[in-house]
Design a protein around this ligand. Structure first.
Ligand code: SAM
Ligand code: SF4
Length: 338
């Protein structure tokens, strides 16, 4: 019997939710300073992580309720042993959503081809510097060569487009925006610069030292002629054409110019909590439903679908980072899924 579809996931501010970010694990092979301290050890309990079947129950319910795009993330999603199976099962869903993945790239040499064969279309790789010593200082791991090799493997496997995510930190790599853009253009990658957000496990975020979108734009504009691309839609990135070409660069000004009014995202944590915003203080517990022995599989699906709607109904108009009453969520980015 087919599932009964409720109305679309529209919140009380008229925003239609189409995009689900799925965190597959909070664990990671790097320790980016703006994400987690080098000695971080406050991991989620492994028995709380959703298994492959549980994940698919939630994702299928979301797709049935109107989710059209899934991004797999983490922590580092390629650390999941079942990553290829997850991709394959999502790609095989009826009404299969657009599927992409955000990774630090370290395991792409071995996984890019199996992921592409399993149905992965697009990939985002995070890289904040082109310099080995800076990479090691920023991530506490001497592994920049694995990222470059992973990017080559992704291209070889036909994953396209390949997008690069970069976070700039004052006095560490904030002089590197033009070099990163020139490199991305020469490699055929598209790059987005993301403002550092107050979501790190170590609580090091400081508004006064954050590299703003305006500063990134000014720095890029010394070397490049940038023209805004019209019609941003629900994209968090403001895109700019480069030097009169069709190539673009994105700048994500989550803090200095929030774009909450166009938000179409929900987030699932790896321990099965549904969040309507990166900065939510509330979560909808889906794991409890998935593991409730008194419910049939049909009842589980119905209750999960209903919780998608409840989560959307309770979504606030904005993240409030710039309000004096802002409270940083208890969960860091690595546990929510960036
Ligand atoms: N490990 C994968 C990676 O690094 O691509 C996926 C998870 S990571 C949390 C997703 C994205 O979030 C990365 O591009 C990372 O740079 C970004 N990120 C992490 N902490 C952030 C912060 N405090 N502010 C802004 N972006 C952050
Ligand atoms: Fe790991 Fe990604 Fe966080 Fe860096 S940003 S520590 S790669 S989860």
């Amino acid at each position: 019997m087919g599932q009964l579809r409720m109305s679309a996931l529209i919140d009380s501010y008229g925003r239609k939710h189409r995009d689900l970010r799925v965190s597959l694990t909070d664990r990671c092979s790097l320790r980016c300073t703006y994400c987690m301290p080098h000695d971080f050890s406050d991991w989620l309990k492994s028995e709380h992580l959703l298994n492959t079947d549980e994940l698919m129950t939630v994702i299928s319910a979301g797709v049935n309720e109107g989710i059209e795009e899934i991004r797999l993330t983490g922590g580092e999603p390629l650390l999941r042993n079942d990553i290829v199976e997850i991709v394959s099962r999502i790609a095989s869903l009826p009404n299969a959503p657009k599927l992409s993945l955000t990774t630090n790239g370290l395991k792409l040499v071995e996984l890019a081809r199996p992921l592409a064969d399993a149905g992965l279309e697009r990939i985002n790789v995070s890289l904040d510097t082109l310099q080995r010593d800076r990479f090691t200082a920023l991530t506490h791991r001497d592994r920049i060569h694995d990222v470059f090799a992973g990017l080559a493997a992704a291209r070889e496997a036909g994953l396209a487009p390949i997008k690069i995510n970069s976070v700039l930190l004052k006095d560490i790599n904030d002089d590197e925006a033009p070099a990163l853009l020139a490199w991305a253009m020469s490699e055929g990658f598209s790059i987005r610069f993301i403002e550092q957000m107050p979501l790190d496990a170590g609580g090091i975020w400081d508004r006064s030292t954050m590299v703003t979108a305006g500063a990134v734009l000014a720095s890029l504009s010394v070397d490049f002629d940038l023209t805004p691309v019209p019609d941003r839609g629900s994209s968090p990135a403001e895109e700019f054409y480069i030097d009169g070409t069709k190539q673009t660069v994105g700048i994500i000004a989550s803090v200095s110019q929030p774009f909450c009014g166009a938000c179409d995202r929900l987030r699932l944590t790896s321990d099965g909590q549904l969040r309507s915003c990166l900065f939510s203080l509330d979560e909808m517990d889906l794991r409890k439903v998935l593991r409730d022995p008194s419910l049939s599989s049909e009842e589980i699906t119905q209750e999960i679908s209903s919780r998608f709607h409840k989560s959307v109904a309770g979504k606030l108009p904005g993240h409030g980072i710039n309000d004096p009453s802002f409270i940083q969520p208890r969960r860091p980015m690595s546990a929510i899924g960036g």
